[in-house]
Design a protein around this ligand. Structure first.
Ligand code: AMP
Length: 284
C-alpha cells in the first residue's frame, strides 16, 4: 500500500488508473468529498480501505450544488491539509480536478434528480440536487469504481444518489455509513468551523432535538405532529436562529406521516448565526 497519496487532476489519467486497478482484479472504492476533511470523511475513507483492495478519494468543491446566496466562495479549501490527513490511510490516489475540468465551457448537460429530491433540502435549496446528481454522475464516469461511500449525515443525498444509480442503471454499489459526531453530539461538518464558541453551543440544539424525538418515540408517542412540535421546542429553547425544517419522515420516500411508524427518520436543517447546519437520526 502506498505511504503517500498521489494527486491526479487529469480525467484520462484517473480513468486509466481505475481501469488498471480493476484489470489487476482489485475491487475499487471511491469516497467523494468537497475537502476540508474531518473524521466524518475519514470514516468513509477507512471503510473503503477496509472493504476494498484500492481506494480513491475525490476533493472537489462543486459549484453547481451551491445556490447564488450560499457559501461557495467562502467554503474552506486547503488541499495540503486534506492530503496530510489522507496520507497515513493508504489511498491509491486523490482526484482533485479544477473546476474547468469538471465544467468546461459549453458543458451544459445536467441530470434531472429523482422525485425524492423534491422535498426538504431540494425545496429549500433549488437546483442543489441537480448539481449533486450531475457531479456524482461525472465522477462515476471518470472513476468507474465498484463501490462509492456516502455519509448518512446527508440523508436525503444518499436517497437521491441511490435512486439515480438505480434509475440510470449505473453499475456501482452505494455504501452508506453512519454519522460521526463530537462527544457532545454535534455532527461533524466542514461548516462547523464557521461557528463561534457561542454558536457552537447553540448548535447542539440540533442533535438534542433529534435525541428528544427518539426518546419520545421510544416512549411510545405515535402522533408524529406531537414529536415534531417537541423537536421545534428544543430548537427554540436552544436559541437556534432559524429552522428550515424539523420533521419526521419515511426513510425511503421522505413523506411526512401522521402516525409514527418504524423505521422513521428525524431530519433537521437550521441556521445558527450565518451557518446552515443539517443533521438527522434514524429511529427504529
Ligand atoms: P462533503 O464534503 O460535505 O460533500 O461530504 C462528503 C461525504 O462525507 C458525504 O457523503 C457526507 O455525507 C459525508 N460526511 C460529512 N459529514 C459526515 C459525518 N459527520 N459523518 C459521516 N459522514 C459524513
Amino acid at each position: 500500500m502506498p505511504e503517500t497519496c498521489d494527486v491526479v487532476v487529469d480525467t484520462t489519467e484517473a480513468l486509466d488508473r481505475v481501469r488498471a486497478l480493476q484489470r489487476a482484479g482489485k475491487r475499487v472504492g471511491l469516497t467523494p468529498t468537497m475537502g476540508a476533511l474531518h473524521e466524518g470523511h475519514l470514516s468513509l475513507v477507512r471503510a473503503s480501505i477496509r472493504e476494498c483492495d484500492a481506494s480513491v478519494v475525490t476533493i472537489f468543491v462543486n459549484p453547481t450544488q451551491f445556490g447564488p446566496n450560499e457559501d461557495f466562495q467562502q467554503y474552506p479549501r486547503d488541499l495540503q491539509s486534506d492530503l496530510d490527513r489522507l496520507n497515513p490511510l493508504g489511498v491509491e490516489f486523490v482526484f482533485a480536478p479544477d473546476t474547468d475540468v469538471m465544467y468546461p465551457a459549453g458543458a451544459t448537460t445536467s441530470i434531472a434528480p429523482p422525485k425524492v429530491a423534491e422535498t426538504l433540502e431540494g425545496a429549500m435549496r433549488p437546483g442543489h440536487f441537480a448539481g449533486v446528481c450531475t457531479i456524482v454522475c461525472k465522477l462515476f464516469q471518470i472513476l468507474p469504481v465498484d463501490v462509492a461511500f456516502f455519509g448518512q449525515k446527508d440523508f436525503q443525498q444518499c436517497l437521491v444518489v441511490q435512486q439515480m444509480v438505480a434509475d440510470l442503471k449505473m453499475p456501482i454499489e452505494i455504501d452508506v455509513r453512519p454519522i460521526v459526531r463530537e462527544p457532545d453530539g454535534l455532527a461533524l461538518s466542514s461548516r462547523n468551523r464557521y461557528l463561534s464558541g457561542e454558536e457552537r453551543e447553540r448548535a447542539l440544539g440540533l442533535s438534542q432535538a433529534l435525541q428528544t424525538a427518539e426518546r419520545r418515540i421510544e416512549a411510545g408517542e405515535s402522533d408524529a405532529e406531537a414529536v415534531m412540535a417537541e423537536m421545534q421546542d428544543v430548537l427554540s429553547r436552544s436559541q437556534i436562529d432559524k429552522v428550515d425544517y424539523a420533521v419526521l419522515a419515511d426513510p425511503l420516500s421522505l413523506e411526512i406521516p401522521d402516525r409514527v411508524q418504524r423505521p422513521i427518520v428525524a431530519l433537521i436543517a437550521a441556521h445558527v448565526g450565518r451557518t446552515r447546519l443539517i443533521d438527522n437520526r434514524l429511529i427504529g
